[in-house]
Design a protein around this ligand. Structure first.
Ligand code: ADP
Ligand code: MG
Length: 436
């Protein structure tokens, strides 16, 4: 893991002399590695600290670190899970190149069947600690024998029906020209979009494109540099702290990593009931226990487990706890920032289904931030595409996927990996021909 108090360049360089690489060459090699894993402006960023990078960029730095010593066997545990599809393709190509150069073996652990189809010679499928099936990538995809493997393949996102646009109504949220600058750096600029009641608006774009910054600005976790965000007519950017406190009930956020967002020392009951401590007006004390039980059943968890602690749950269940905590506030809008990105495909599908069900039940709106386009395709009413801090395209989900107007959107869609090794091979051939 990256140490927050050292520059990323130092952390990579530091390992090299111990392994026989001269100090003066170490820096050049570090720079080269950073460039290879796709860190923009690596020459200046080499002396930056981990917090100065977006989540996706930090993952790339971790990969550079692992690659620095050219190992005999590289065990890569979900190396591209947090990365953009376009960068993912580069990283997978990079891993293959290094494999060819050095002859190292690659043991790649992934929940993404698209990655399997792209990279693997052989596949080992595990379930509950046991190997249930092995074979070539082609066999596994087209001729899975084990029910678990079949279930995994059936859960691959991006194949369902797309939502039709909602009828026009008074927006719940209207964002106009929102901007966030860090000094001279423009993280978000001129962002304008609306969210209707009961609507799911997806925000997609590569890491570093400003998605999280936009979300944080909406929630006033960051102060906007310019623009407005009208929530039922009230501007989230300028309202008083008192009003903001009230509105925070209605606008909730769910993050990527439930392990970090749930306090490990609090029971599930305390985590969810904290909403009622902060906002006692929601429900009288005597009814809190029943309400927590009800919230747990909404999200598909056992009400009897409310005295357990987060570590006693799986990743998918922890995300359900985070959803129950958000629901406790009786929100109208939930901002999900990569909320299912770290989960396995089959669990992802279940959580998405849960979110969609809760939307029907409570008329919730979502801002659903994701770098995974197939996932968004199955879930969103409308899609907003961000690139380098700006919205480059937005529209109904079917328009974005079937008739994208921008080259960038087309690239994003094309870079999504199919779980079918034959489609993947076909695409590679087409790309090679394109290059040649
Ligand atoms: P995304 O969520 O789309 O991956 P982010 O919103 O996290 O992107 O980051 C957008 C850009 O803003 C990135 O280039 C990132 O390095 C930069 N950034 C984010 N937070 C800060 C900060 N506190 N200071 C300086 N730059 C930041
Ligand atoms: Mg982000």
């Amino acid at each position: 893991h990256l140490n927050p108090v050292y520059t990323i360049g130092w952390q990579i360089e530091e390992m090299m002399p111990a392994h026989g690489m001269a100090r003066d060459k170490a820096r050049a090699r570090t720079l080269q590695l950073l460039q290879r894993v796709g860190i923009p402006e690596a020459e200046s960023k080499i002396d930056a600290y981990p917090h100065q990078f977006s989540g996706g960029q930090r993952q790339r730095i971790m990969i550079a670190m692992a690659l620095a010593l050219k190992p005999d066997i590289l065990i890569a545990d979900e190396p591209t899970t947090a990365l953009d599809v376009t960068v993912q393709a580069q990283i997978l190509a990079l891993l293959e190149e290094l494999q060819e150069e050095t002859g190292m073996g690659l043991l790649l652990i992934t929940h993404d069947l698209g990655v399997v189809a792209e990279v693997a010679d052989r596949v080992v499928v595990m379930n509950s600690g046991e190997i249930v099936e092995t074979g070539t990538a082609g066999q596994i995809y087209s001729d899975a024998k084990h029910p678990y493997t079949q279930k995994l393949i059936a859960a691959v996102p991006g194949t369902g029906e797309m939502a039709t646009p909602l009828e026009a109504s008074k927006p719940l949220l209207e964002v106009n020209g929102l901007a966030k600058h860090y000094g001279d750096f423009v993280a978000v600029e001129g962002a304008s979009f609306t969210v209707l009641p009961g609507e799911s608006v997806a925000i997609v774009g590569e890491s570093g494109s400003g998605k999280s910054t936009l979300a944080k600005t909406l929630l006033r976790l960051e102060e906007a540099t310019a623009g407005e965000a009208l929530y039922l007519g009230r501007d989230l950017v300028t309202i008083s702290p008192r009003e903001l406190f009230d509105l925070r009930r209605e606008v909730q956020m769910i993050f990527q990593d439930p392990t970090q967002s749930l306090n490990p020392r609090m029971s599930v009951y305390d985590i969810i009931a904290e909403a009622f401590v902060i906002h006692p007006e929601i429900i009288p004390k005597a009814k809190r226990r029943d309400r927590v039980a009800e919230l747990l059943s909404y999200v598909g968890l056992e009400p009897g487990h409310m005295q357990r602690y987060p570590h006693q749950f799986s990743g998918g269940q922890r995300q359900r706890i985070a959803i129950a905590r958000a629901l406790a506030m009786e929100p109208k809008l939930i901002i999900c920032d990569e909320a299912v990105s770290a989960l396995d495909v089959s669990i992802q599908a279940q959580v998405i289904e849960l979110l969609a069900g809760l939307q029907d039940q409570f008329g919730l709106s979502y801002i659903f931030i994701a770098h995974d386009l197939p996932l968004v395709r199955d879930f969103a009413h409308r899609v907003v595409v961000m690139q380098a801090g700006r919205i480059v395209e937005q529209g109904p989900v079917a328009q974005i996927f079937d008739d994208p107007q921008q080259e960038y959107t087309r690239e994003l869609i094309a870079a999504s990996l199919s779980p079918d090794p034959e489609i993947q091979a076909e695409r590679r051939r087409a790309q090679m021909e394109g290059v040649a």
